[in-house]
Design a protein around this ligand. Structure first.
Ligand SMILES: Cc1cc2nc3c(=O)[nH]c(=O)nc-3n(C[C@H](O)[C@H](O)[C@H](O)COP(=O)(O)OP(=O)(O)OC[C@H]3O[C@@H](n4cnc5c(N)ncnc54)[C@H](O)[C@@H]3O)c2cc1C
Length: 429
């Protein structure tokens, strides 16, 4: 945590900070920002380093909030936690209170501040980003002022999802729900059948996603729905076999083999797609939403207006066929609903998220660039924490409230204490 050198989970971003600060109180956060402002230095608060973009790269001073990770207060379903709390800790804290997050992404390693700041999301047409359940935040602005921002404040639509550009989040209030169980139903299907059924599947399932296996016409559909009782637990051996052995150990071996002998990748993908079996089980919500990911990869994820999904999916095989290398990872597709957060990917529209991945250490740029070239003209918005090549000028066209966000940035961080090269790229000076 206090190492000057840092690299992200994907291994594609590195930084060497001048110093690392680990404040334990809000006053200490405020003091370090005031000091930076007075001396013309930069500070960058980071979470767990799970972004693939350079968003968490600290060019000067890195701030780690691992000591600001406590439960602050509970009022009914409103739970306030310190912003450095990791999601896996949050899930345990909530479970003890008989509460849960209404939705989560694929993993639980991120901090709550990091997750909301980049628009982290799960699946579900009635859900949006994790930031959409934020009821209030407390942040230390670029002048060291401690600001509490809730829905009564005009800053609220900017502060809930702010790329770390407006201040250091120190507390976050979340609108949680009573704890619940999910019934997970996962089944391999032909891709064409998945696509044909999508409109009704999206409507009738609370959380819907699917994976398409490149070089095949096969997909895996995943439906998660609330149930009253958890009466179908997966046997421990099956959980280990699916989550640990097949999804991590065997998959890692397959990726290494594909990296050494690229010509084998289509065959490996076909075997993987055929080897998928159907399974249904019930478990505590966060244990269904989140899995363990040990195989390292890099990722680009585009949010697109949902009606454009067929067009985007039809283009992907053509892109993949023409690449000078092979793609080892399935393509993930999720659906979410609209929100009113200015820099949310789902601002004002029904979304489909399409995520493409590549095994770490394998070429990916032509793949990602070709995919972006398809999504950008359709109004696509890149995930802030996942790789993309867009700049402020092009992102302004994708976000109706982009200039409003920049005005709030001018107000809260006039000296750009929180900027780094990535924020310069996506927000400008
Ligand atoms: C294996 C894997 C699976 C993933 N699955 C999903 C998924 O299912 N859905 C999805 O949407 N995304 C997913 N992501 C992306 C991930 O959720 C985001 O990149 C998230 O931002 C990472 O959180 P973090 O705590 O690691 O933050 P970091 O990556 O360390 O930082 C992200 C941003 O948050 C800011 N930040 C952190 N703490 C603070 C603070 N206290 N105050 C102000 N700003 C702060 C940083 O400055 C930076 O701008 C996944 C990533 C990985 C590696």
């Amino acid at each position: 945590m206090t190492d000057l050198t840092w690299r992200n989970w994907g291994g594609n971003q590195h930084s060497h900070a001048a110093n690392v600060l680990t404040p334990g109180t809000v006053d200490e956060v405020s003091a370090l920002v005031k000091e930076a402002m007075a001396t013309g230095r930069k500070v960058k608060a980071i979470g767990s380093g799970h972004s693939f973009t350079a968003i968490a790269v600290a060019d000067d001073q890195r701030v780690v909030l691992s000591r600001l990770n406590r439960l602050v207060s509970v009022e009914g379903n409103l739970v306030t936690v310190e912003a450095g709390m990791p999601l896996h800790q949050l899930n345990e804290v909530l479970a003890k209170l008989g509460l849960a997050m209404p939705n989560l992404g694929d993993i639980d390693q991120q901090t709550i501040a990091g997750a909301i700041s980049t628009g982290t999301h799960g699946a579900g047409a009635k859900h949006s980003t994790l930031a959409s359940v934020v009821e209030a935040v407390t942040l230390v602005t670029g002048t060291g002022e401690v600001l509490h921002i809730d829905s009564a404040s005009p800053l609220f639509p900017a502060a809930r999802l702010s790329l770390g550009a407006l201040g250091i989040l120190v507390e976050v209030t979340l609108r949680c729900v009573p704890a619940f169980y999910l019934l997970a139903d996962e089944r391999p299907m032909p891709l064409a059948e998945v696509l044909r059924g999508l409109p009704s599947e999206i409507e009738s399932n609370e959380h819907l996603e699917f994976y398409w296996y490149p070089y095949t016409d096969r997909a895996q559909l995943k439906r998660n729905n609330k149930v009253e009782v958890a009466d179908r637990p997966l046997p421990g051996l099956r959980t280990w076999l699916d989550e640990e052995f097949l999804s991590n150990t065997v998959f890692e071996g397959a990726c290494r083999l594909g990296q050494k002998i690229p010509a084998m990748v289509p065959a490996i993908s076909a075997v993987a797609a055929r080897a998928l079996t159907a399974r249904t089980y019930t478990a505590r919500s966060d244990r269904v939403f989140c899995t363990t990911r040990r195989v390292r990869f890099v990722e680009m994820e585009y949010e697109i207006p949902r009606e454009h999904l067929p067009e985007v999916l039809a283009t992907l095989p053509r892109i993949i066929e023409t690449l000078p290398f092979k793609i080892q990872f399935p393509v993930e597709v999720r659906f979410t609903g609209p929100d009113d957060i200015w820099l949310s990917h789902g601002y004002g529209r029904d979304s489909a998220y399409v995520a493409i991945h590549q095994y770490s250490g394998t070429p990916y740029e032509p793949y990602f660039r070709a995919f972006e070239a398809v999504c950008e003209p359709l109004g696509g918005r890149p995930h802030w924490g996942k790789m993309h090549y867009r700049n402020a000028e092009s992102l302004r066209r994708a976000y109706p409230k982009f200039n409003d966000f920049l005005a709030v940035r001018d107000q809260l961080d006039p000296a750009r204490v929180f900027t780094n090269a990535y924020l310069h790229q996506v927000l400008g000076d």
